[in-house]
Design a protein around this ligand. Structure first.
Ligand SMILES: CN1c2c(nc(N)[nH]c2=O)NC[C@@H]1CNc1ccc(C(=O)N[C@@H](CCC(=O)N[C@@H](CCC(=O)N[C@@H](CCC(=O)O)C(=O)O)C(=O)O)C(=O)O)cc1
Ligand SMILES: N[C@@H](CCS)C(=O)O
Ligand SMILES: [Zn+2]
Length: 768
C-alpha cells in the first residue's frame, strides 16, 4: 500500500487565530495559559483535519508560537546568556529572542531573522558561542506534542530540523568566531537522546529535515554528514524510523552522503521543483529504503495535476514497488494558505484552479489511493481534476495579446538610464539639495488599528470612496507633519492606503486575482495575503500617483514616491506555473515603468522601487540557473526604472544583509541610492562595498524595525561610526532597516528622533 504524507501544516488557523492570540498575549490582553490553550486547540484542529482527510502520516512539532527554528534554540539549549540571565518564563524568553524585549528592567534586542531558503518565511538564526554547550530541554517539545496528539487518538510523525541543517543555518553570535558545523559532534548525542525519548513515548517514525542538502554544501558540512547520521542510526531499534526530508531543490550533487546510509528508513525529495532527480535518488536507495515522493506543490496554490503527479509516483513504484513509495507534499504546507473554503468572493472559473493546505491534504490522499487501488477507486476525482486542468489551460483569462505585443517591442536601450551616475548625481543635487548623511525612512509608517478598521469599512462598503480618500489624506498630512517635526530630509507619504506592499499592487493590476482569507505566515505573528497571478499583467490606471502627489503638495521637502519592484511583486505573489517567471517579471516591469514615469510627471523626483525579494529569488545553488535568473531579474528592475530623466533619483531597498554572493547584481541595478538591512548583522558585511569600489549611495539600516525595542541615540551613533569604516561620508544615508508599518507611533517617533540626532552629529563632525 502506498501511504500518504504531509510534511507540515500551516499553524495560523483558519482565521489567523494564532496571530490574534499571540498579539493579545503580547498586549497583556490574555494570559499565558490562554495563549497556551489556544496553541493546543489549533494543533488538535490541524491534526484532526489531516486525520479526517485520511492522511496516513501526519506531522507533529510543526507547530510553533513564533518560528519552528526558534523552538530548536530552546530544544538544544542554545539560548545566549543575554536572554537567560533574566530568568524569564520560557515562553517569554522565547518571544524575547524572536522580537526583543524592553520591559520592567529587561532590555534585550531580538536575534537575527533571515529568509527561510527561497521563501517569504523568516526564521530566527541560532547564535552560537565559541564554548557552546548543548543541553536537551527537560521536556522536549517534540515529545510533548507527540504525546498530546496520541492522547487525542492521533498517531503522528514528529518533525525536527536535522543537526547539519541546524548548524549550517546557524551563525557565531556577535563577538564569537566559532564555525557552527565544527560543533556537530557535540550536538549529535542530543539527537540520539531525543530520538530515544520519542521512541519511549511511542513514536515509531520521525521526520528529520535536512533541507541544506539542496545547497552547494561546504566540504566540511558534507564530510560531517554521513558520520553524524551513522552515529544517530547506531541507536537502532531504540529509536524511531527516520525519514530524512529535503525540499526546495534537488540533492543530486550531494547524493553521495546519503548512499548506503542504513540508518535512514526513507528519503524525501521535492519532485515538484526537481522531478529529474528521481532516478538518481532511487539509484542511491538501499535495498529496503523507502522514497517519499513530494508531488503536491507546497509552495504554490495551483491544484495538483493528478495525471502528471500519478505518472511520477508510478515511475517510482515501477522501480521500488508499492511498499517502498510514499506520496507526500513537496515540503511543509506552511507556505500556502489554510483553506480555499474560506474564499467567498473568488469567481467560479478561477476558484476551480486553486488548492490550499486543506485541499492539498486531500490531494495526497487521492494520489496515494489512485496508485494503491488503481484509478477506478478515485475515478470521479480524477475526471474532475482533468476538467479543471484543461479549463485553465484553455482559459481566455490567461492570455492578453496587447501585453504580448508590448513585450515583443522591448529594446535593450529601454533598460538603461540616460547618463552615468556622476552626471545624474550632479543633476539631482541641483533640485534636491540634500545635506551630508541625508535621513529618510523606507516608506511605511505605523499601520494603526484605526487605519485597518477604516480600510475594512471601505472594503465592506460601509464608508464611501470619498470618505476613505479623505481619511487617507488626513493620515498623509499627519505623517508629513511628524516627519517635518522630526526634521527628516527626504519624506515619504507613509503608505497608509496600502494593505501590503505587494497585495496593494496586485489589486490594481490586470491579470491578478486576490483573496479575502488566504493568509500565509511571514514571520512571528505577521502574515501576508499574496495575490495570485492568473494571466498576462498590465496596468489599467496609475496606482500610486494620487497619494504621492498629494503628499508632495503639502511640504517643501523632497517627497519620495514608493513602488514595489517587479521581482518582489512576482515572488510575493503566487505566480503562474504555466509561463516562465521571467515573462511575468517583464510584464510587471512594464506596468511599473509606466507608474515611475507618471510619478515623475507628477513632480516626484525621488522614487524608491523596493526589491526585497530579489535575493530570495536567487536559485539556491550557484551555476547557470543563477546567472540566468540574475540577468532577467536585473533587467526587469532596470526596465521598470530607466524611463526617467537624470534629475530623478532612483532608490531601491532590500531588507536583508546577505548580498555578498550577488553583489554584482545589486550594483548592476544602477540605482542612485540603496537602503539595505544592517542593524542586526555585522557591519563587516559592508566590506564588499569597498572591495567592489561601489560608487553610488547607500543607507545601511541603523536600527531593527522588527522589534518594538527603541534604540538609543548612542547605539545609532556607534552603528554609523562602524559603517564609516566601510563607506564614505559622501555615500552614507541614514535610515532604518525597513518600513515602520509594524511599529507603534511611540516607538517610531522615539527611534527616529535618535536617528536624526545621530545623523546631525555626524553632519556637524564632517562639516568641519
Ligand atoms: C517587508 N516584508 C513583507 C514581506 N512580504 C510582503 N508581502 N509584504 C511585506 O511587507 N516579506 C518580508 C517583510 C516582512 N514581512 C512582513 C509581513 C507582514 C507584515 C504585516 O504587517 N502584515 C499584517 C497584515 C497586512 C495586511 O494585509 N493588512 C490588511 C488587513 C488587515 C486586517 O487584518 N484586517 C482585519 C480587519 C481590521 C481590523 O479590525 O483590524 C481583518 O481582515 O480581519 C490591511 O491592512 O488592510 C499582519 O497583521 O500580519 C509586515 C511585515
Ligand atoms: N516600502 C516598504 C518596503 C518594505 S520591504 C515599507 O516601507 O514597508
Ligand atoms: Zn524592507
Amino acid at each position: 500500500m502506498v501511504q500518504s504524507s504531509v510534511l507540515g501544516f500551516p499553524r495560523m488557523g483558519k482565521l489567523r487565530d494564532l496571530k490574534k492570540a499571540t498579539e493579545a498575549y503580547w498586549g497583556d490582553k490574555i494570559s499565558r495559559d490562554e495563549l497556551l490553550s489556544e496553541g493546543k486547540r489549533l494543533r488538535l484542529a490541524h491534526w484532526q483535519i489531516q486525520k479526517d482527510a485520511g492522511v496516513d502520516v501526519i506531522p507533529s512539532n510543526d507547530f510553533a508560537f513564533y518560528d519552528q527554528i526558534l523552538d530548536h534554540h530552546q530544544l538544544f539549549g542554545t539560548i545566549p546568556e543575554r536572554y537567560t540571565k533574566y530568568n524569564l518564563h520560557p515562553l517569554d524568553e522565547y518571544f524575547a529572542m524572536g522580537r526583543g524585549l524592553q520591559k520592567e528592567g529587561v532590555d534585550v534586542p531580538a536575534l537575527e531573522m533571515v529568509k527561510w531558503f527561497d521563501s517569504n518565511y523568516h526564521y530566527v538564526k541560532p547564535a552560537l558561542q565559541d564554548n557552546q554547550v548543548f543541553k536537551l530541554a527537560a521536556e522536549p517539545k517534540p515529545v510533548a506534542e507527540f504525546l498530546e496528539a496520541k492522547a487525542a487518538g492521533i498517531t503522528t510523525r514528529p518533525v525536527i530540523l536535522g543537526p547539519v541543517s541546524f548548524l549550517t543555518l546557524a551563525k557565531a553570535d556577535r563577538g564569537q568566531s566559532v564555525d557552527p558545523i565544527t560543533l556537530l559532534d557535540k550536538l549529535v548525542p542530543l539527537y540520539v537522546e531525543l530520538l530515544e525519548k520519542l521512541k519511549a513515548a511511542g513514536a515509531e517514525d520521525v521526520q528529520i529535515d535536512e533541507p541544506v542538502l539542496v545547497f552547494d554544501l561546504a566540504e566540511k558540512s558534507k564530510a560531517a554528514f554521513k558520520p553524524a547520521y551513522e552515529k544517530i542510526g547506531a541507536i537502532g531499534a531504540k529509536g524511531p524510523r527516520i525519514t530524512l526530508t529535503t525540499y526546495f531543490g534537488d540533492i543530486v550533487h550531494n547524493i553521495d552522503v546519503l548512499a548506503n546510509l542504513q540508518s535512514l528508513y526513507a528519503i524525501h525529495v521535492d519532485l515538484v521543483r526537481n522531478p529529474e532527480q528521481l532516478d538518481t535518488v532511487i539509484a542511491a536507495l538501499g535495498p529496503n529504503q523507502v522514497l517519499s515522493a513530494g508531488v503536491v506543490d507546497s509552495r504554490n496554490i495551483w491544484k495538483t495535476n493528478y495525471k502528471a503527479a500519478i505518472e511520477k509516483v508510478e515511475n517510482a513504484i515501477q522501480k521500488l514497488g508499492k511498499d517502498r513509495v510514499v506520496v507526500a507534499t513537496s515540503s511543509s504546507l506552511l507556505h500556502v494558505p489554510h483553506t480555499l473554503a474560506s474564499e467567498k468572493t473568488l469567481d467560479d472559473e478561477v476558484r476551480d484552479w486553486f488548492s490550499f493546505a486543506v485541499e492539498k491534504t486531500a490531494e495526497v490522499v487521492v494520489i496515494a489511493k489512485a496508485v494503491t487501488e488503481g484509478p477506478a477507486a478515485v475515478r470521479a476525482e480524477l475526471e474532475a481534476n482533468a476538467k479543471s486542468v484543461q479549463a485553465r489551460a484553455s482559459s481566455k483569462r490567461t492570455n492578453d495579446p496587447t501585453v504580448k505585443a508590448r513585450q515583443a517591442a522591448v529594446t535593450e536601450e529601454m533598460h538603461n538610464r540616460k547618463s552615468p551616475f556622476p552626471t545624474r548625481h550632479a543633476e539631482q543635487g541641483k533640485t534636491l539639495k540634500l545635506p551630508l548623511f541625508p535621513t529618510t525612512t523606507i516608506g511605511s509608517f505605523p499601520q494603526t488599528k484605526e487605519i485597518r478598521v477604516q480600510r475594512n469599512k471601505f472594503t465592506k462598503g460601509e464608508i464611501t470612496p470619498a470618505e476613505y480618500e479623505k481619511f487617507i489624506e488626513k493620515e498623509i498630512e499627519e505623517v508629513v507633519k511628524i516627519q517635518e517635526e522630526l526634521d527628516l530630509d527626504v519624506l515619504v507619504h507613509g503608505e497608509p492606503e496600502r494593505n501590503d506592499m505587494v497585495q496593494y499592487f496586485g489589486e490594481r493590476l490586470t491579470g491578478y486575482v486576490f483573496t479575502t482569507h488566504a493568509w500565509v505566515q511571514s514571520y512571528g505573528s505577521r502574515c501576508v495575503r499574496p495575490p495570485i497571478i492568473v494571466g498576462d499583467i498590465s496596468r489599467p490606471a496609475p496606482m500610486t500617483v494620487k497619494e504621492s502627489k498629494y503628499a508632495a503638495s503639502i511640504t517643501k521637502k523632497p517627497m519620495k514616491g514608493m513602488l514595489t519592484g517587479p521581482i518582489t511583486c512576482l515572488r510575493w505573489s503566487f505566480p503562474r506555473d504555466d509561463v516562465h517567471q521571467s515573462v511575468q517579471a517583464q510584464q510587471l516591469a512594464l506596468a511599473l515603468r509606466d507608474e515611475v514615469v507618471d510619478l515623475e510627471a507628477a513632480g516626484i523626483h525621488v522614487i524608491q522601487v523596493d526589491e526585497p525579494a530579489l535575493r530570495e529569488g536567487l536559485p539556491l545553488r550557484s551555476g547557470s540557473e543563477r546567472v540566468a535568473y540574475l540577468k532577467w531579474a536585473v533587467d526587469s528592475f532596470k526596465l521598470s526604472t530607466a524611463g526617467v530623466t537624470d534629475g530623478t533619483q532612483i532608490h531601491s531597498h532590500f531588507c536583508y544583509s546577505e548580498f555578498q554572493d550577488f553583489f554584482h547584481a545589486i550594483a548592476a541595478l544602477d540605482a542612485d541610492v540603496l537602503s539595505i538591512e544592517n542593524s542586526k548583522s555585522d557591519a563587516k558585511l559592508l566590506q564588499v562595498f569597498i572591495d567592489q569600489a561601489y560608487p553610488r549611495h547607500i543607507g545601511p539600516g541603523v536600527y531593527d524595525i522588527h522589534s518594538p525595542r527603541i534604540p538609543s541615540e548612542q547605539e545609532i551613533k556607534d552603528r554609523l561610526e562602524e559603517m564609516l569604516q566601510y563607506l564614505t561620508p559622501q555615500q552614507l544615508w541614514v535610515n532604518p532597516d525597513c518600513g515602520l508599518k509594524t511599529r507603534q507611533w511611540r516607538e517610531t517617533k522615539a527611534a527616529l528622533e535618535g536617528m536624526v540626532a545621530a545623523a546631525k552629529y555626524f553632519r556637524a563632525k564632517y562639516a568641519q
